[in-house]
Design a binder for this molecule. Structure first.
Ligand code: ATP
Ligand code: MG
Length: 324
């Protein structure tokens, strides 16, 4: 599969803030790359460097083989960008908004008419052409934003938190569109998201923190690092349960997820692919439940579970904190 986005050693400093500090990434045709990371990690700045809205102080960006520095127009023409806080013209209609983006991208006349109709159909907004953009629902606005970003048939699509504030059903819909762009049109997509259920859909994920991509890989490879090392606890009262668990030297961390607790066990419990669980795990589970009950905690559940991306990222953030 051809490489559509190739970024090497990107750097961007604002005053004393190293917003992006040595980011390199490659995204292939038909691939979705998820950029995840906490607020201020540098996700938006990375995207702005990739579209050429900002210039990297070092390194290089190639889009479909065009060097963003020397073949700026060609490179930019290959990119569609849906900014984090993108704005439609609320007092213009759906049709007028897409026409505006068409003109900006030089898509006019019969080519525009055909492409606009095709895109409005694709995103499910056919029939809404005359509605004011300001009167669209949050999900419909996102879809119109997507249509506008695609007007010039880019090969690369950058979506910065496209489902911020959008309900889960609409998010699901939006992903169906992205998947079609990947599989039917071979786009390369970079999407930043705070939602792990969204990140897990990507072919690869890069976890950003402090302007750097700390780890990168397919979701399954990232979670494999913690195979065998996560226990789920449902117990009352939750805070006492957490304290009791943390007193056990085998428990590295106890993180609250809603009404559950995830215990992360030490490295020695790590399970290699195909291996059975660690022989000492059953006795650890028993000891933990005895300790909990001895403190008057009612345990509804205590069992090993498959690690999620949240578990991986929390452990990475902790390692970073310790390293500092
Ligand atoms: N134009 C700017 N001027 C000064 N500082 C900036 C500018 N843009 C970003 N920053 C800083 O750079 C860092 C990275 O910001 P960026 O917006 O790229 O993060 P992000 O990962 O997109 O965060 P979020 O999840 O909140 O969108 C932050 O510390 C931010 O305050
Ligand atoms: Mg951002």
């Amino acid at each position: 599969m051809a490489i559509r986005i190739e970024a090497h050693n990107l750097h961007k400093t604002f005053g004393s803030t190293r917003a992006v500090n040595g980011v390199s990434l490659e995204v292939h045709e038909g691939e979705a790359y998820g950029l995840v990371g906490p607020d201020g990690a540098g996700k938006t700045t990375t995207m702005r460097l990739l579209v050429g809205a900002l210039t990297s102080e070092e390194g290089s960006v190639h889009i479909d083989g065009h060097d963003l520095r020397t073949r700026t127009e060609q490179a930019r023409a290959r990119v569609g960008y849906l900014a984090q806080r993108f704005s439609l013209y609320t007092d213009l209609t759906v049709a007028e908004n897409i026409q505006f983006f068409g003109e900006v991208r030089g898509v006019v006349g019969p080519a525009f008419v055909a492409r606009a109709a095709e895109l409005l159909q694709f995103v499910g907004l056919a029939g809404f052409e005359q509605r004011l953009a300001g009167l669209l629902s949050g999900g419909m606005k996102q879809k119109l934003g997507l249509a506008c970003a695609l007007i010039h048939r880019p090969g690369v699509l950058l979506l910065d938190e496209p489902s911020g504030g959008v309900d889960p059903v609409t998010r699901q819909d939006f992903w169906q569109l992205i998947i079609r762009l990947l599989t039917d049109e071979g786009l390369a997509v970079i999407v930043s998201t705070p939602y792990m259920d969204e990140a897990v859909r990507c072919n690869r994920i890069g976890f950003m923190y402090g302007g750097q991509v700390l780890v990168e890989g397919p979701p399954r490879e990232l979670t494999a690092r913690l195979d065998g090392r996560v226990l789920e606890v449902v117990a009352r009262p939750g805070m006492t349960a957490r304290q009791v668990c943390l007193e056990n030297a085998e428990v590295e961390d106890a993180v609250v997820f809603g009404d559950r607790l995830h215990l992360r066990l030490g490295e020695r419990y790590a399970r290699r692919e195909g291996d059975q669980q660690h022989p000492d795990l059953a006795s650890l589970v028993l000891r933990l439940s005895q300790a909990l009950e001895a403190e008057g905690v009612r345990v509804a559940r205590l069992r090993p579970i498959a690690p999620g991306l949240e578990d991986v990222f929390i452990s990475l953030l902790q390692q970073q904190g310790e390293a500092r």
